[in-house]
Design a protein. Structure first.
Lengths: 499, 155
């Protein structure tokens, strides 16, 4: 098997002391931001991008992946101990986990979440290592028209599966695509959507958009509704260790959760929400103690947490093999690759196997580190939650603005940052999903260049998009995925009026 | 469907903004002069995005007219104005040479106040110290260039 050899090579790279250090910094930062309400892994990567510019690409990408995995672990701590999940994928964990914490079983809930994340993360990373070479073999045959079609699939699924309404998701996507138009067109040098502002010629920085949407938008939103609800932190009481019965009830849920999470994360459908919900309802159906659901059933923490982590690892499959980000964090990692002039995809596997396989191998190491960091040290992380909320958000905003200033100290950039913050606030208030904006900004220009490349090879004949069987199939999938929610909703309404 | 069948006024405003975005893309693209020899030029993608934005604006208009916008909680404007005010002061200080450290202090204090703290002076001092630490870390250790003001020149 090729993958074994490649993985073994990757392991020697990941075990280099510097890379181990980067992985450790990544998982520490990731856990910390995962635990803190208000900052997620996407924002952390965005804040670190300008600072890591001068570092070695391999090391910083390993660090970003550590942040991604660590954020997933930390998020579960917050949703179990405070009933406010840091990210939507931890929502389900909060259902049973917070009940368990209230009943004095917070320790076992945290333990099953951490061990489940480790089991699922390991299964999913093995899946990534063995699936990636096959996908690379397929992807290497893709022409520009096929890539364009693939991106259309990603656009539709990312905006239709994040959030509940396809129109709201598509609104977010098109705002992102519009922002992607800003700047000089690379093929002709024509300035587009710059309105005579010289600072806009370079286009909209992904980091400025992400920091504005996630940091400032979130702060505005939380501050504006602070008068409505206050969070309470459940102290961790009793033993951290799981009983024999807890183990017996958890291990199947972990494996089932991983089996839900990985394939759904790996499909360019993205989003960790769907597998967590699927896992929750499955565990509820299969449980021998269905009456405990709603009052703190351990399976209801173990399954969704495993699904959540497996899906996070799954999103690395399209990111690494096809260059296709399907979550906000994956989009920020793509920006991280681009900052070093690297483009994830089949060519990167051929040109920089050290980097790709070093990254994959380091995911195993990061996962192990996280288990060690999270189980005995959970009390330490919980203390982060004691930071007073005003100082927490004030600190986040200070780091957010200084990150932007360090990258580009111009008033125009800071005004854009503030404007994106207001945009993020409005989108949260009116329930528009945020991730499609970031995905639209980063994938829009790539989709455009693939389309134009395809059409200049075909001398302007648009039929090339339908003549390639891969492209035709993918476009059909995109069309079905676009129309299906509307048709299903229409059917639902029809049935409702019939009743 | 719990449509109230009452037009949602903020929803109507959002759809108007989206119509304006579509118009903006259209207007900007008609000003592009360069044509491509063959294949789509720099105007193709803007027209696609502009057309999509128009459809999205119509979709949002329908949602707003049918009252299908999500329900919202009441809104407290004071913290929003405090945070945006803090950002405005920060931008002004940096544009006119006030330097990074005072800007950071003001922003920290403004955001803390937005989240209900009343000790403005204490928060201002914490913010100034934080700004000083970040300035030293970034400019001396990471060698990043940050905006200078009177305080920064003393360091």
């Amino acid at each position: 098997m090729d993958a074994f050899l490649a993985l073994a090579n990757g392991l020697t790279i990941a075990l280099e002391p510097m890379n181990l250090l980067f992985a450790l910094i990544g998982v520490l930062l990731g856990t910390a931001v995962g635990v803190l309400p208000g900052i997620g892994p996407a924002l952390t990567v965005a804040l670190l991008l300008p600072i890591t510019f001068q570092l070695d690409p391999g090391g910083s990408i390993i660090m970003f992946a550590g942040i991604y995995y660590g954020g997933m672990y930390g998020g579960s701590t917050t949703s179990i101990l405070i009933n406010t999940p840091g990210e939507s994928a931890s929502m389900v964990t909060a259902l049973e986990g917070n009940k368990m914490a209230k009943a004095g079983r917070g320790g076992p809930a945290l333990a099953t979440a951490a061990i489940g994340s480790f089991v699922a993360g390991t299964i999913a990373t093995i899946g990534l290592a063995f699936l990636a070479p096959y996908l690379v073999d397929i992807a290497i045959q893709f022409g520009p028209e096929d890539y364009f079609a693939l991106m259309c699939v990603a656009f539709v699924t990312v905006s239709a599966t994040f959030g509940d309404s396809p129109i709201r998701g598509l609104t977010s996507l098109f705002i992102g695509l519009m922002l992607g138009l800003v700047g000089i067109d690379l093929l002709t040098g024509q300035a587009r959507m710059t309105f005579g502002v010289p600072e806009l010629l370079d286009g909209v920085e992904v980091t400025t958009l992400a920091v504005g949407l996630f940091a400032i938008g979130e702060a505005l939103y939380v501050a504006s509704r602070r008068h409505i609800q206050q969070e309470t932190l459940e102290p961790v009481r009793g033993s951290l260790w799981m009983t024999k019965q807890d183990w017996g009830r958890s291990w199947k849920a972990w494996i089932r959760g991983a089996l839900f999470g990985f394939p759904i994360g790996a499909l360019p459908a993205g989003g960790a929400e769907i597998p967590t919900f699927l896992s929750y309802s499955t565990e509820r159906r299969l449980s021998k103690h269905p009456e405990e659901f709603g009052t703190g059933a351990i399976e209801g923490v173990a399954g969704p947490e495993a699904a959540n982590n497996a899906a996070a690892a799954g999103t690395l499959v399209p990111l690494l093999t096809l260059g296709l980000p399907t979550s906000a964090t994956a989009a920020m990692m793509l920006a991280g690759f681009q900052q070093y002039g690297l483009n994830p995809g089949p060519l990167l596997f051929a040109e920089r196997p050290d980097l790709v396989w070093g990254l994959i191998a380091s995911l195993f190491i990061a996962n192990g580190m996280l288990l060690v960091l999270n189980l005995p040290l959970v009390g330490l992380w919980v203390r982060l939650l004691a930071i007073p909320q005003p100082w927490l958000y004030a600190g986040i905003l200070v780091f957010a603005t200084i990150g932007t200033i360090a990258a580009n100290p111009s008033p125009v950039e800071l005004m854009m940052l503030t404007a994106f913050g207001v945009l993020g606030f409005i989108m949260r208030r009116f329930d528009y999903p945020i991730a499609p904006v970031v995905v639209g900004l980063i994938l829009g220009p790539i989709a455009e260049s693939q389309l134009r490349r395809a059409l200049s090879i075909s001398l302007g004949d648009p039929m090339v998009l339908l003549q390639s069987p891969i492209s035709a199939t993918l476009l059909a999938i995109a069309l079905i995925a676009l129309v299906a929610p509307f048709v299903l909703k229409g059917l639902g309404r029809f049935r409702a009026t019939e009743d | 469907m719990n449509a109230s069948h009452r037009p949602d006024v903020p929803g109507l405003v959002i759809s108007l903004i989206l119509f304006a975005f579509a118009g903006l893309i259209w207007w900007d693209t008609t000003n592009v002069q360069i044509a491509s020899a063959y294949g789509p030029g720099p105007t193709a993608m803007p027209y696609i995005v502009g057309a999509g934005m128009l459809l999205i604006a119509v979709g949002n208009l329908v949602l707003a007219l049918r009252g299908d916008f999500p329900a919202r909680d009441s809104l407290d404007w004071k913290p929003i104005l405090l945070i945006l005010g803090g950002m405005a002061v920060l931008i002004a200080l940096i544009s006119y040479g006030g330097g990074l450290i005072p800007a950071t202090g003001i922003l920290f204090a403004a955001v803390s106040a937005a989240f209900g703290r009343r000790a403005f002076v204490t928060d201002l001092i914490i913010g100034l110290v934080l700004g000083l630490l970040i300035y030293v870390l970034f400019s001396k250790l990471l060698a990043l260039s940050l905006p200078m003001g009177p305080i920064e020149r003393l360091i």
